[in-house]
Design a protein around this ligand. Sequence first.
Ligand code: ADP
Ligand code: MG
Ligand code: MG
Length: 894
Amino acid sequence: MKMLLGGKGANLAEMTNIGLPVPPGFTITTEMCTYFRLHGGRYPAGFRKNVLAALRRVEQRTKKRFGDSKKPLLVSVRSGAPASMPGMMDTILNLGLNDATVKGLIAATGNERFAYDSYRRLVQMYGDVVLGLKPASENDRDPFELIIERKKSERGIRSDTELTADDLRDLVRLFQSEIRGRLGVEFPQDPHDQLWGAIDAVFRSWMNERAIAYRKLNQIPEHWGTAVNVQAMVFGNMGDNSGTGVAFTRNPATGENHFYGEFLMNAQGEDVVAGIRTPIDISTMVELFPKNYNQLLKVRSKLERHYRDMQDFEFTIEQGKLYMLQTRNGKRTGIAALRIAVEMVGEKLIKPAQAVTRVEPEQLNQLLRPVFDSEEKERALREGRLLAKGLNAGPGAATGKAVFSASEAEEWKRRGDQVILVRMETSPEDIKGMDAAEGILTARGGMTSHAALVARQMGKVCIAGCGALEIDYNAHQMRVNGLVVKQGDYLSIDGTTGEVILGRLQTKPSDIVRALVTKELDPDASPVVGMFRKLMEWADRYRTLKVRTNADQPDQSEVAIAFGAEGIGLCRTEHMFFGGDRIDAVREMILAEDQAGRRRALDKLLPMQREDFAGIFRVMKERPVTIRTLDPPLHEFLPHEEREIRDLADKIGKPVERVTQRIRQLKEFNPMLGNRGCRLGIVFPEITEMQARAIFEAACQVRRERIDVHLEVMIPLVGFVTELRVQERIVRRVAEEVFHQSGIRVPYLVGTMIELPRAAVTADEIGGVAEFFSFGTNDLTQTTLGLSRDDAGSFLPLYLEHGILERDPFQTIDMRGVGALMKLAVEKGRSVKAGLKIGICGEHGGDPKSVEFCSELGVDYVSCSPYRVPIARLAAAQAALKRRSARKPAGKKS
Ligand code: ADP
Ligand code: MG
Ligand code: MG
């Protein structure tokens, strides 16, 4: 129904059907919009006749005639698309008024002021929307508002309501002559010309810039089109017993179950929303309009019982009589969505399965992030302390002193400072500094840049790609829009909005984090926590996908478990290489000239890695843990600045030239496609050996503590089954050695990542060896699209802007390309091993659309950063419910 009639039209019809007072009218379908668009603004034969016939019926219902000079019918022409696009398209009120009918309206109502107010509104709206009399430029004012203002100052009055009938009649004349003067056309006196002009304009507004931009942002297809609603006018501007309002059946900000809304006396149309006059709180209507207020309360519960969701509705009171003009499902914040969903189950309005679909997975973010004190933030913005805006890559709020290097971040943190790490971009070397920082701010990089990715995994606030920052590392400062921010100056960053604010704003962790993670809040004491748990419990009831986490430290793992992770899908061993002094040993290993030298350095690393793994096993217990062997190219671990190189040479007792030379040797033209992944372990088998030893020794050690271990060793970047075989053999040999030495066996699997197209295409061969697959969707996207994630910043935004790509493929899986390879790999893998365990561990694992795709593919689990675990759980439940309802269509309602 909505597709054809648009949301507004369908709901007007539905409200009429359930007995609510809706002014009579009719709806022209969205199909006509498409016809109009494809036929250069023409209509099919017979259409005009149909519209006139429908208009005739409205005349009969209202006992008024369109264009009649005694009892004129006035109508509104309203746009209404299948999806709500608030304010994006046009609506025109009071059509049918002209110099003659306005007299009839005066005679019929005895209210001259009202009649001229309606007339001047019509000329104003028609002039703007249909005839296109708009401000000349962005800096100009609206020409009609200017005329009104001139009038008011002439008369020495402030408010619109003080304008007399004479003033308003004068305005009608002034508006008309402005149109004549500026556009050289007349305001049409023929009501039918007005009507068709308005209908055309609404259809044309589907293609206006605002609407196009909104559709792009909200992924609404152009071919939907808008419907047009023609409806008899009712008048909220007929005096102090009239008015117009907007209301929500529950509070859209908090979700609280109370009536919420605003009302303006003696007003029409958009006056409430436009903010020209300050409306009153709807509760004050109890005294002013007791009868209508009671009616509204009844409407409120009737709407909720019918739609079984929170409604946002528009109404008008004409001389004490209530009319409903619109209703729709109300937009709401994350917290409101949660509260309304859970409470409506309690009120038996909906079932848990419906509640699960009522919260957008992404909205959960708002519940998990630390928050700025809202009053303080508003003050800061008023004081002009907003420095710049970047990408809201890691939601939440953070405040601290600006530092411009990772080592300073660590140092300052050690001294007890809170810091914001500001970098051009981040690299794996910066991990510790990022960990020390409250938030991360980068000048370059996108939503899936290193900074963004790691920040989300760590649960850090992050703004990436903030182009306005001119960072000067040497001077330890940056320039932002002419202002200089020095090291140590306070910055506050809002990763939910991307705003960078100068100065210090108070933040606090969300209730849910304080209850579930830091455990400083009694979960039973916080209603939000209770509701969050309930919703998650329902979600878990329906989902078929398992949800794991990407974590490489015990504390991250603990957070993930608190959020419901059922295992680790990806433990990146390279991040551990940066902790403490281990980077020195890593570098020594890389710079060694022969195998013996490498082994010496690896021996130093072994106990440290073992401890890391043991720590994770202890936290994860019986849950599966997938550990990936070393993946990144070695040069990422080496220093690049001269001073650092000299320090390193000193430390390992080698001449600077030798070290420099080795670094040069390791440099690759295209490291992403160079010596990395399993290739490293093939060239330097002793690395895989050491890692396997650390993993199995840790597993045996923890097993001895009577803790269950479920271990999965994962080999990265495999393209040939033979590569996997070579690595698998090392892992199994070391495992047997360790088991033999320790006298304990732990069960384990050896599997591989599927992250190269060749691996997907030959998944039947690889599946003969691998005991599980895990899609590395980041690399699989890079290699399938031939697109480097780290270099995509210079063209990808343009691709999205021009619609060449619909979505960022690093955020949502490119289903037709990458997804087709995944499908192939699932089929081929399971053709040789029925029930082969398959997961995905790219960042996509926390993206709701990608989760839905994975659920359809039939993979066993997704894995994502700890703070996205609840999001993935909810998305997985929604995907399962969607499949279920597709299987057995409910046959009721849209
Ligand atoms: P939008 O889609 O921008 O909300 P609407 O079509 O809802 O536009 O129209 C805007 C406002 O105009 C409505 O909120 C209502 O107050 C007023 N309006 C529209 N149609 C009528 C009508 N038939 N009688 C009285 N007011 C109307
Ligand atoms: Mg509206
Ligand atoms: Mg990879």
